[in-house]
Each structure stands twice: as C-alpha cells, then as structure tokens.
Design a protein around this ligand. Structure first.
Ligand code: SF4
Length: 348
C-alpha cells in the first residue's frame, strides 16, 4: 500500500462525520490486531467497532470441557489439546485444574503432534480436542486422513468445530444492530470469499474480507464505511483469498465432515453452524454428539452478550476485578483472541 493511499484512508476514517456505524469484526484475531495496532484511537467516534463470536475457545460450551475432563480422568486416556483450551472453564473446573488432580492432559502445538505421541505410546488412547472454525478444520481432516491411511488405532477426536455463516445469520436474524462485517481473511482462504455472498445479499449488508495487519484492517474499514450500505462482499485480502477458496482443503473437509447443529457458549444451539465427523468415520469420534449444555461458572459473567456484540467487556461487573487473565470467570478472558482478554490488555 502506498503511503499516499494509507494517508487518504486514515484521514477519511478519522474525519468521518456521517451516520454512526457499528462494524463487527467477527474474528478473534481481528479483535486482537485492532487492539494492538491502536486502530480505535485513530478513527472517528462514529465508527464503532464491535467484537463478534469468532474466538474458537470463547464459543466452546462448558459441556464440551466437562466431557474432555471426564475422558481425561478415565484410565488409559490422554487428552491432547492446544494450551488455550486447557484454561477454559467447564461447569465446575478447567482441564488445567483437572490435570492437577490426575487427569491426563498433554498440550500440543499442532493436531498432527498427536500422531507422534500415539506412535510413541501405543498403550495410551489419545483424544484430540478439535475446536475452532473453518481455518483449522482442514488440519483436523488431515489428521483423520492420517489416522485412516496409517490405520492408527489409538487416536480419536472430540469435536466442537464451528462454521461462520450460520452464526452471523443468527446475529442478523436476532436483530443485532450491525452495519457491516469485517470478514475473517484466514477463514476465507479456505472457504473462499463467496461464502458470505448469500448473507450479504439476503440482509443487504456489506462484508469486507480483511487481512490482519493494521493497514489491511484500515483498508477494509475504509471500504465498509465508504459504501455504507449494499449487500456485497469486498475482498481486501486478494493476495491469499480467492472467490472459490482452497478447493483441495474443502474436499478433504467434505470427505470427513458433514454440517451439523452446534452449541455456542452463551448462545445455545444454532442449526447448521458446525461440522461433525461423517457417520462412516464415527468410530474415530470420542463422543462429540449432544454436548449442548452450557452452564455458567459465574452467573454474573456476560460472555454471551459480549460474544453477540450486545455488551462490551467493561459492562461486565466482574471485568478486571474477579475476572482477569489469571482468574478467568468466562471463556472470553482466556484466550489472547478473547474479547475480554483483549480489552483488559488494551482498553482498561
Ligand atoms: Fe465473562 Fe470475565 Fe468477560 Fe465478564 S469479564 S464477560 S466474567 S469473561
């Protein structure tokens, strides 16, 4: 981006004096990038950036965490998971706390790490905690493909995989006051930008696919604020996002997963908003069906409202007092991509 163009878009966004606009960044990586780059401090007060339900661990329901804990406490089982998920509160405790009382939990950096663990320890049953969005699903499909092709007997997955369009539709159908969406670039690398076209057209609302640098986000915001209305998808991340997406990743996902209802923390069950392992591979599923309960550890937690963009973390009475990154009361405070975690680090 040329410095002249950057100056032009920055001054447009700073001096914007039209109707107030609520722009939702759906993705937790965007929430964190917006905070780190200080974008809120250099744009007009009339452009309100609202965080949405795009942080993978934040939307994982407590019943899923409870199930992981009960599996990890069974003799011979070991849960393999990303570090963030270990701190997410279940209905009573987190995996981290359960680990302290004997649950077998191993932190990994990639889903494929579990293959090595399983080969080294053939007497253990490994269960990989597969949470996340379209971005990580291709790696879960690759893991399943490896398990099948190498006939590995001691790995299963517990899945809570989510997809973006249905949850965005849920917000729009609930009347969320959103004037435009900053669409997640890494999701669109896999799905293609056209995944948002039906929603843009149905609700006559613009989507701007964006990368994750401050400049890329500013450019996408500029696109949204300038056009204000109109059901279209604009791709401001063309170096990696195409309209069609990654067709080989999509077909690998399709081989192992099929659309399903999914439970979102604080939002309940949303039809068609998740992916489950196909019936023919159900022997590789560690019991993901029916994990729909979502019990708040702390009743005062406003995570559900925060995830829907209806409240900000500062509206929560626990924010920064009882609830901190060291003592998370809700899932939004756990991950660096969680809205409350981002706010405590940047907007307190
Ligand atoms: Fe929940 Fe903590 Fe955020 Fe409040 S500050 S909404 S308790 S995560």
């Amino acid at each position: 981006m040329s410095s002249d163009y950057l100056k032009e878009i920055t001054s447009y966004l700073r001096e914007y004096d039209g109707d107030s606009m609520n722009i939702m960044e759906v993705c937790g990586s965007h929430t964190a990038a917006i905070a780190k780059s200080g974008i809120k401090s250099i744009i007009s007060d009339k452009i309100n950036l609202v965080s949405g339900p795009g942080c993978p661990v934040c939307v994982t329901p407590s019943a899923y965490v409870d199930k992981l804990i009960s599996l990890a406490l069974e003799e011979g089982n070991c849960i393999a998971t990303f570090g963030d998920l270990m701190r997410v509160p279940g209905s009573e405790e987190s995996l981290n706390i359960a680990k302290g009382r004997g649950a077998d939990v191993e932190m990994v950096y990639s889903p494929m790490d579990v293959v090595e663990l399983a080969k080294k320890n053939p007497d253990k049953n490994y269960i990989f905690a597969a949470v996340g969005f379209e971005t990580t699903t291709p790696v879960y499909a690759l893991l399943l493909d490896t398990i099948v092709s190498e006939k590995i007997k001691n790995i299963k997955l517990l899945t809570a995989v989510k997809t973006m369009p249905a949850v965005i539709e849920h917000l729009l159908a609930e009347g969320a006051p959103i004037d435009g969406f900053l669409a997640p670039g890494h999701v669109c690398v896999v799905t293609g930008s056209k995944i948002f076209t039906p929603l843009a057209e149905k609700y006559d609302i613009p989507f701007a696919v964006s990368g994750f640098s401050g400049e890329e986000i500013l450019e996408a915001l500029y696109g949204l604020v300038k056009i204000k209305k109109g059901g279209r998808v604009m791709n401001f991340y063309p170096k990696v996002v195409t309209e069609e997406g990654n067709t080989s990743a999509k077909s690998l996902i399709d081989k192992y997963f099929t659309p399903s209802a999914a439970c979102w923390r604080g939002m309940g069950i949303i039809k068609g908003s998740g992916l489950k392992i196909r019936d023919e591979y159900s022997y590789l599923d560690a019991g993901s069906e029916g994990l729909n309960e979502d019990i708040k550890k702390n009743k005062a937690c406003l995570c559900d409202q925060v995830l829907m963009g209806k409240k900000t973390p500062k509206d929560c009475p626990l924010f920064g007092k009882v609830c901190t990154p060291l003592t998370p009361q809700g899932a939004c405070m756990v991950s660096e991509e969680g809205c409350c975690h981002t706010w405590i680090a940047n907007y307190r």
